[in-house]
Design a protein around this ligand. Structure first.
Ligand code: ADQ
Length: 468
């Protein structure tokens, strides 16, 4: 329950594109946002509103309310056209690649714009029936940037905050989008706009100064387009306590035992990612291939387990990355495998959080090398799951938001095949005392800057933001 200065907390209304009730949290197909929000909501008296994931032939706006494992959810179904134009279109073919610096994959289409605006209106129309005067409204991610504007147009006066889970792109990339000003202006209908890191916040304020004739004031106040909003950095964390407990659970132990048998005295390197081009999987495979070529003595003594459940697989760029990875894994295994050893185990399915914790704990190296990532929760989960007496080594991309909080990891440039190969060798060779020293600092940070701190800091900042 959120409490500020001894008075009862206001109710928290969390809004995100997809709502995944915690009971279904076993397949791993949900991303970091869903995992973090379920944890944040369990700790507060609140309600989580968004799309159910179901499609209907016609939008009805009917609300489905559920309560599961301490979290109340309110969902709506979307029309097939909404899913095409808003979700698969504007959100995942325009904003996602653009916000991850991939203008080569970014598609601009007016139908997508129209679908995005329509779904944001539909969200606002339905939310009106839920919002009470003292509620605090917290809207998440790039799918719902204009939602505050729509709510304000319907007379909602509540405090409304927005948190972006992805990076914010540099001005020169963002301005390739035809409707960039309209999109950014709509952020000024929030009271508070949160980013994962100071770096993404700086690129946002840079845009405001250059394109919106803006000025930066004290305490994160940004004025542009004749309006003012407060901006801040709120690095998201994991539910570290729960994850450590998960790592000691019977399911995790059983998985660790199963892994020990299958590892058979070798060293395991692990990667766990949604199958997404932003995660640098292709570059990671090539870096690992290079490591094997540079270190023939390691053949048959090490293997990489890459777990990558497919996501967004109706989109062409996701089908392409999947095909590339299948080819690459075939090439790596074809070149080096022996009758009793394959260098790369490539697994396209999800695991429960407890199983995942057991897998992380069994790995000597955690390989987390996104090309660009808002934060990256896998890096934090890997650290939280380690055995304090014999922890593994985290290799982390310097382009993940998490790198700013985790300098004790081996930081790498994920575009450099040599750096990936060298860091794998360094990670495998690191002696126990150095592993423990680095891990202790990392684990302390993961525990301190956890999901509770993230929620508490964001909500406190939202509550204390002056109203204009
Ligand atoms: P994602 O891009 O989804 O999240 P990430 O932060 O790594 O990326 O979170 C992935 C989550 O999915 C982790 O909790 C992980 O355990 C889980 N997961 C992945 N593969 C799995 C599998 N095979 N089985 C089970 N679980 C699996 C977005 C942003 C990130 C940001 C988060 C939270 O892109 O930058 O860190 O939101 O803000």
């Amino acid at each position: 329950m959120i409490r500020t200065a001894g008075r009862p907390a206001n109710r928290l209304v969390v809004v995100s594109n997809r709502v995944t009730p915690p009971a279904t949290d076993s397949t791993g197909s949900q991303g970091g946002l869903a995992v973090a929000l379920a944890a944040a909501l369990r700790q507060s008296r609140g309600i989580w509103f968004g799309w159910s994931g179901n499609q209907t032939s016609e939008f009805t706006g009917q609300l489905n309310i559920h309560r599961s494992q301490g979290v109340t959810t309110a969902t709506i179904d979307l029309e097939e056209r909404d899913v095409d134009e808003y979700y698969n279109g504007y959100a995942n073919r325009t904003l996602w690649p653009l916000f991850h610096y991939r203008i080569d994959l970014t598609e601009y289409d007016r139908q997508f714009d129209a679908g995005y605006a329509r779904v944001n209106r539909r969200f606002a129309d339905t939310l009106l029936h839920i919002i009470e005067p003292d509620d605090i409204i917290w809207i998440h991610d790039y799918h719902l940037i204009p939602l505050a504007r729509e709510l304000r147009a319907r007379g909602i006066q509540n405090r409304i905050g927005f948190f972006l889970h992805t990076p914010w792109p540099p001005v020169r990339l963002l301005t390739t989008m035809p409707s960039h000003k309209q999109l950014v202006k709509s952020l000024f209908d929030y009271d508070l706009v949160g980013f994962q890191t100071a770096e993404w916040m700086d690129t946002f304020t840079d845009y405001c100064v250059r394109e919106g004739d803006g000025q930066i004031g004290v305490d994160g106040m940004v004025s542009a387009f004749g309006r003012t909003v407060r901006a801040g950095a709120f690095p998201i964390g994991i539910d570290a306590d729960a994850f450590q407990k998960a790592a000691r659970s019977p399911e995790a132990r059983a998985m660790a035992k199963r892994m020990r048998t299958s590892i058979a005295g070798r060293a395991m390197i692990v990667g766990v990612d949604r199958l997404d081009y932003s995660k640098g999987l292709e570059e990671r495979f090539i870096g690992y291939e290079r490591f094997l070529a540079d270190n023939p003595d390691e053949l048959n003594r090490v293997f990489l387990l890459q777990i990558a459940p497919p996501s967004r697989n109706t989109i062409g760029s996701y089908q392409e990355i999947r095909e590339k990875l299948e080819q690459l894994s075939g090439r790596i295994n074809g070149a080096a495998a022996e009758v009793d050893w394959v260098p790369l185990r490539y697994v396209n399915r999800g695991y429960s959080r407890r199983e995942l914790a057991g897998i992380y704990r069994s790995a000597r190296v955690g390989l987390v090398t996104p090309l660009r990532d808002g934060m990256n929760l896998v890096a934090k989960e890997y650290v939280a799951a380690q055995d304090p007496a014999d922890p593994g080594v985290l290799i982390l991309s310097r382009f993940a938001g998490a790198a700013l909080q985790m300098p004790e990891a081996l930081l790498v440039n994920p575009y450099s095949t040599e750096e990936i190969a060298d860091s794998i060798r360094q990670g495998l060779a690191m002696d126990k005392s150095q592993r423990i020293r680095r891990w202790e600092t990392l684990a302390e940070g993961v525990a301190r800057e956890d999901v509770t701190a993230w929620r508490r800091d964001f909500v406190a900042a939202l509550e204390s933001t002056p109203r204009s």
